[in-house]
Design a binder for this molecule. Sequence first.
Ligand SMILES: [Zn+2]
Length: 171
Amino acid sequence: MAEQAASEPTAEITTEFTEIEMRCVPCNASWSAPVVRRVNVATHPDARLGILLKTMHRTACPLCKTPREIDTIFDYYDPERKLVVQVRPAWEIRAGGGEDWYWARYEDLVLKYANYDVRVDVVFGFDEMIEKYLGGQEAVEAAQREWKARREKAGGAHSPEGPGIDEVRDA
Ligand SMILES: [Zn+2]
């Protein structure tokens, strides 16, 4: 655990990207897919849309084009709400971890952001994130309308279903 000296100013919570190695089961191709490790939604607002529309962490095999959801863990930071939510794969909690797993991850996150004036939480899957923090089904529908309008304005240059990682990054 990296502890900061009291005299050191606490760094901003900034967006960070990383890459994940992917392998295609049918054709055995491998490639690296960009993902967010942490996203500050004030500087990268399309992350909110990318979660609401569940398009942020998608990739496709470069050979056979099979689309894939990327299983990854990232921290969602909303400076306006002073909130950090760690979004983890939905299967983790179903795999038998239950409440104990939640609390252990929660305590890790409390320590990680101990130097910041934020509240933290852990969710499992985009659905839980949407329900708990992003406004539920109503917000999903608003996001669909917003994305459609933006696509039309841009002449259909954007991905059809919602912002992918490239669009989140270029915000
Ligand atoms: Zn493939």
